[in-house]
Design a protein around this ligand. Structure first.
Ligand SMILES: [Zn+2]
Ligand SMILES: [Zn+2]
Length: 237
């Protein structure tokens, strides 16, 4: 396939170039012919390479394999893997990194936590990168109740009251969630001190202590001997 002519002149800005070279449903990534960077443990890289950053701490606070239907759909796979990290050191997001990420707001109505979740993904290749919970807005709903699964980056369950709760996809700074205006660049919009990064993007991630959750909804066998829970993990974790 011939490379689009625009690719050679703007390789420094892969997202902008990809947009310029859109042709129907095809997006030509300018870096597709270039070798991908050699990764060190803790490097986070999406499929296409436009997204590349370091985890905010050397080791995650936890690693979860979630078997709920939401995580299946989110990951387009049999289950989703999330590694929990402190927010500090990653947020506020570097402006260059932020410019390459789009955001899908997963409605709280679809999860047992009841909270909207900001789901950042690569604008070029679509790989889901990180999740962070949002505070409730508008004051018309019940107060947020911290739940043990808050930090798994999932919320669990799936297929819960999804009717009428359409997601919002936006690249704008300020978006409308199901509960009102949310400014994604304002730290006050977010809830909690942790976020999750999708495990498959993290070079050298240690899966040996990974916990399987929502196994009651699993579509694959759970390896014997691993820590597992039919639903949410216990709050003590
Ligand atoms: Zn899940
Ligand atoms: Zn990408």
């Amino acid at each position: 396939m011939a490379a689009p002519s625009a690719a050679s002149s703007a390789a420094a800005d892969p997202v902008a170039t990809a947009r310029m070279t859109m042709d129907g449903n095809m997006i030509f990534h300018p870096d597709v012919r270039l070798p991908l960077p050699v990764l060190q443990p803790g490097d986070v890289r999406c499929q296409c390479g436009a997204i590349h950053f370091r985890v905010p701490s050397p080791t995650p606070l936890g690693v979860y394999h979630c078997h709920c239907p939401e995580c299946r759909r989110q990951s387009s796979s049999a289950y989703g893997t999330s590694a929990v990290y402190p927010v500090r050191g990653l947020f506020p997001l570097d402006p260059v990194l932020r410019s390459k990420l789009s955001v899908y707001i997963r409605p709280g109505a679809r999860s047992r936590t009841g909270r909207d979740m900001a789901c950042y993904f690569c604008t070029v290749c679509g790989a889901r990168v990180l999740h962070r919970y949002l505070k409730r807005r508008g004051g018309t709903t019940a107060a947020v109740r911290p739940r043990p699964d808050d930090r798994t980056g999932c919320g669990g369950g799936g297929d819960l009251g999804g009717d009428g709760a359409e997601g919002t996809e936006a690249t704008e700074t300020t978006i409308k969630s199901t509960l009102g205006e949310v400014d994604l660049e304002d730290e006050a919009s977010y809830d909690g001190t942790t976020l999750t990064i999708k495990g498959g993007l993290i070079a050298g991630l240690d899966y040996s202590q990974a916990v399987h959750i929502y196994t009651e909804q699993a579509v694959v066998d759970i390896p014997p001997g691993v820590e597992q829970y039919p639903g949410t993990p216990p709050e003590s974790r």
